[in-house]
Ligand binder design. Sequence first.
Ligand code: TPP
Ligand code: SF4
Length: 329
Amino acid sequence: MMDQPIKFYQTGTFTVGNRLLAEHERSVQANMRRTNSLNSGHRACQGCGEALGARYAIDAAMQASGGRVMAANATGCLEVFSTPYPETSWQIPWIHSLFGNAAAVASGMAAAMRVKGRKGVKVIAQGGDGGTTDIGFGCLSGMFERNDDVLYICYDNEAYMNTGVQRSSATPPAARTATTMAVGDHPGNVFGTGKNLPLIAMAHRIPYVATASVANLRDLEAKVTRAMGIPGARYVHIHVPCPLGWGSAPENTIRVARLAVESGLFPLFEAEHGRIVSRYLLRRRVPVDEYLKLQRRFAHLFGKQPDLETLAAIQEMADRNIEELQLAP
Ligand SMILES: Cc1ncc(C[n+]2csc(CCOP(=O)(O)OP(=O)(O)O)c2C)c(N)n1
Ligand code: SF4
């Protein structure tokens, strides 16, 4: 029988558990003492990026704060699948706010902790892109402007998924949703419109803003950990594929997320007080088609006659991100 050498070169790259690393370098999830803050038994769809992102983010937050985290959660998939009354999958103090006021509720929680002198307790607000970029935007901007001591986490699945896939201001141009009529020539947001909330958060000059992806869970954990150590308003925007709304295979969630990053459509970076301080350089740059083809919401672009014009416009969006954020090594 032929010997086959074992290759350990992937350690610390795409591997999630990282049990091959020294103990102090391992991920939160590789640690047997992790909180399991979003525990098993919830009702997310198979392959849900939001469930994965939330579990990693909140477990990292719990580790960073010595287990002293409480959260306000906007209405949306994360809230619905985790807490069908009278059950809950959360292993942390957790409050369901309204759809649009998670940031305001969290600001109140932080104020209450301050008044009571409970300095070690950290407050997180979280919600989907609809609850964050649309209906909750005013409360969030106020939280930023007052520099309230809250970490806000947006799980961006690029539409209102919980109510059956409607367009949000984070839906990409040309992405089909189940029920929202196209405004111009394409479904989704009109090219050149929509909201880029990480950049808007940076414009508030808050202490910390980061983008993250379930494609790079070590990076996600590191950014949440970093955010937990900074006082004041912080914002982490996590890209989380939704197999149901995007029409992607559940087993492709990580691959789809990775292609979004590697194509330049979802850049990863960190910013402090409005200035970019780190960026994830693209070691393998892929054309946007590779990302789009895995999702039925873009299937109309790949018919017998591919819509080359629209594909070129999407490629241009990615190229612009790469150029503006200097993502190419
Ligand atoms: C004021 C108000 N309007 C509408 C709704 C209905 N609603 C509940 S969740 C939701 C969509 C949530 O979308 P998003 O925030 O993107 O989170 P996702 O479900 O995609 O994770 C809507 C429209 C509501 N609960 N409250
Ligand atoms: S609809 Fe999408 S976001 Fe909601 S639970 Fe299913 S996969 Fe997750």
